[in-house]
Design a protein around this ligand. Structure first.
Ligand SMILES: [Zn+2]
Length: 430
């Protein structure tokens, strides 16, 4: 054995030598995106990161070799460069250490491409509580994976479209007897809506399982003040794009199946309750499919066109346009590295999403202003209603209205806050 061989070690910022050991269980796989340069997915300590090809080459070499000169010479010959070990140390400390791949370097920060189909963006959700453990989720979903087999999937999809067509031809919303709904039956609606939510999450998990991605957990969290469910399927990043697309669609697919049942039930009984449940289910998956919120539609759009970090890429595209208007060029990689079709779709997304939010603001502005002005009064009304003998249904109705108004005001404040933040950032980085 050659004892003069220099073992891998790096000098960190404080000047101390740390032996270069990598954390166990590092996985490196190609990331299926629509960018011109190859991208890799790095999994370290249960976090996911996007890596450029040279960095991926370096990680591969660090995993395979323990001697400085082997790593340096292999790296230089693979990437066709002339780096010294000092340069490579610098690359390791700057780009790889923050990703937590060094055993003694500690894990810092979260992944750059975490992905989970939670019905809320990561940062906006708090009190995340895992409910169903990974092993249990796998036990439940594995026998169900057949529903994603093409010979089952496509016929059921067609059946759901056909049943909606039948419903549109036969039923009308005014068939609902609202007095029947605004009663103790709201409790059934509430329980059913939550059950649908859980089944929706299981849909994502089942699709992920079918393609061999692991599901970490299903849990609940609080988004604004709503209780929401989420599925942690970050592992789906390693799947080919079309499998990610099916995984994104898995939740809505389950809701379409539920709709088939409800439409058949409505055809047999024409009950107001069933019709209302059907409406709740339909409206919920239509909202979920909207790509402008960070819900399933967002991930669908992002995976169909292979655009990573869709929202931030769209904002970069906007910045790029503003720079151009001022006759300057923004140096960035997020937009310029995209393939032509994906780039066109990113700009389409940018334009339609701002048009969408402008439309929402236009439609909602009067309602929001009225809600805000009338808010104290509706609280007072409810307070008095509890004091005086009031019909139970009336109180429920007032509660629903008050909750709706609260949601509207909180959501609008959050949106305004985000918009201001964005404008500030735009001007700071100018
Ligand atoms: Zn979903």
């Amino acid at each position: 054995m050659d004892t003069t061989e220099q073992r891998l070690a790096v000098l960190d910022g404080s000047g101390s030598v740390i032996p270069l050991r990598l954390v166990p269980g590092i996985e490196l796989s190609p990331l299926d995106l629509s960018t011109s340069n190859k991208t890799y997915l790095l999994k370290a300590e249960d976090k996911y990161f996007r890596l450029s090809e040279p960095l991926a080459v370096l990680v591969k070499l660090l995993l395979a070799h323990h001697e400085v000169h082997t790593v340096v010479s292999e790296y230089n010959s693979t990437t066709n460069s002339q780096y010294t070990w000092d340069d490579i140390q610098h690359i390791i400390l700057t780009y790889l250490k923050p990703k937590g791949i060094l055993a003694d370097g500690g894990v810092q920060g979260g992944g750059t491409t975490p992905r989970s189909t939670r019905h809320a963006s990561n940062s906006m959700m708090w009190l995340k509580l895992p409910i169903v453990r990974s092993s249990v989720v796998e036990k439940i979903t594995t026998p169900m994976t057949f529903i994603f087999h093409p010979s089952v999937f496509f016929p059921l999809l067609i059946a759901s479209v056909a049943s909606y067509a039948y419903l549109l031809m036969t039923a009308k919303p005014w068939m609902i007897d609202w007095d029947q709904i605004f009663s103790w039956k709201l409790l059934i609606v509430y329980v059913a809506a939550n059950l649908i939510r859980v089944l929706h999450e299981l849909g994502h998990a089942t699709a992920a399982r079918r393609y061999g991605a692991s599901v970490k957990e299903i849990g609940v969290g609080v988004y604004l003040f709503m209780l929401v469910a989420y599925t942690d399927i970050s592992d789906a990043w390693k799947l080919p794009r079309w499998q990610r697309v099916v995984t994104d669609f898995g939740g809505v697919y389950i809701q379409l199946l539920i709709s088939i049942f409800l439409i058949i039930a409505f055809g047999l009984h024409s009950s107001s309750l069933v019709f209302f449940l059907l409406m709740v289910n339909t409206v919920s998956f239509l909202v979920i499919l909207t790509p402008f919120f960070r819900l399933d539609g967002y991930w669908l759009f992002s995976d169909i066109f292979g655009i990573p970090n869709l929202r931030s890429s769209a904002n970069t595209a906007l910045k790029k346009m503003i720079y151009r208007l001022r006759g300057r060029e923004l140096v960035e990689n997020a937009v310029s590295s995209l393939q032509p079709v994906s780039k066109a779709m990113l700009y389409a997304y940018l334009v339609t999403s701002y048009a969408f939010f402008a439309l929402v603001i236009y439609v909602l502005k009067d309602i929001v202003i009225r809600s805000a002005v009338g808010y104290p009064q509706s609280v007072l009304q409810l307070y008095h209603a509890f004091g005086a003998p009031t019909a139970y249904a009336r109180i429920v109705q007032m509660l629903v209205v008050l909750l709706g108004r609260t949601f509207l005001i909180v959501a609008c404040s959050a949106a305004v806050y985000k918009a201001i933040q964005f404008v500030i950032r735009l001007y700071r980085t100018r």
